[in-house]
Write a protein that binds this ligand. Structure first.
Ligand SMILES: NC(=O)c1ccc[n+]([C@@H]2O[C@H](COP(=O)([O-])OP(=O)(O)OC[C@H]3O[C@@H](n4cnc5c(N)ncnc54)[C@H](OP(=O)(O)O)[C@@H]3O)[C@@H](O)[C@H]2O)c1
Length: 220
């Protein structure tokens, strides 16, 4: 497979690139900072410098033409304010989906977040509210598109080593934690499970081996 990862220098993205490259896939990593190219190459991916807050859908479509799938794994990150939640978590996701449609790349996995179906807690502040709003709008945009979309909502992310065991199901599974390693493993398995599409899936650490959890989703 030829897989495009938007936000290619992210923590999940690099883990996913390593995993996909390890199984023989070609990975194109869209990054905004050229200095990240070395890390991306070390993960086995091909870096493509493309700032998703500046590029047009036409430009991105040109970069991803010929790919078999897109994974949106970008995000403004924890230190950012409301404005960048909107320009990255919402607008860059919409831009990628636009580009995928234009390029005819149908499979599209969006890394989203839990909690988007309820109003954000006021005590968590404006940036959090903007984040939840941005993720929700990005999901709504994707669900309306003629793409083979999948929305994956991980719980709280940790950098602990992956366990290879998860709980993966339609909403809602509870706000537990999951390792980025396991998110990458599930994403890779979903990409390689034909026919899984138009699903909103939530993911936390659990007891079911990743391949079994994804195969179960594939049979539903
Ligand atoms: N933290 C949590 O507990 C949690 C829970 C559920 C879901 N999520 C979501 O999971 C996703 C991935 O998480 P992660 O920890 O892997 O994120 P991450 O390490 O923060 O990676 C996000 C990547 O997006 C890139 N990016 C930002 N703006 C960009 C732009 N304009 N153009 C291209 N790339 C851009 C960043 O690049 P730079 O390095 O250049 O900034 C970074 O490499 C995010 O969408 C996050 O919101 C997080």
């Amino acid at each position: 497979m030829r897989v495009v990862i938007a936000g290619g220098h992210g923590k999940i993205a690099l883990r996913l690139a390593r995993r996909l490259a390890g199984r023989g896939d070609t990975v194109l990593a869209l990054i905004r900072n050229p200095e990240h190219a070395g890390d991306v190459r070390a993960a086995g991916a091909e870096p493509v410098v493309c700032d998703l807050e500046r590029a047009t859908a036409g430009e991105v479509a040109g970069r991803i033409a010929g790919a078999d799938a897109v994974v949106f794994a970008a995000g403004a990150g924890p230190g950012s304010g409301a404005a960048r939640k909107d320009t990255v978590d919402r607008a860059a996701a919409v831009l990628m989906a636009d580009a995928a449609e234009r390029a005819g790349v149908r499979p599209f996995v969006q890394i989203s977040a839990m909690g988007v179906d309820t109003a954000p807690r006021e005590d968590r502040g404006e940036a959090w509210a903007a984040y939840i709003r941005a993720k929700k709008e990005a999901e709504e945009d994707l669900r309306a598109r003629d793409l083979d979309w999948l929305i994956l909502r991980p719980g709280r992310l940790t950098d602990d080593p992956g366990t290879g065991r998860v709980t993966l199901a339609g909403p809602y599974v509870g706000h537990e934690a999951v390792t980025r390693d396991d998110v990458a493993a599930v994403t890779a398995a979903l990409l390689h499970t034909p026919g899984v599409r138009h699903r909103v899936l939530e993911l936390i650490g659990g007891d079911t081996p990743v391949e079994e959890a994804v195969a179960t989703i594939g049979r539903e």
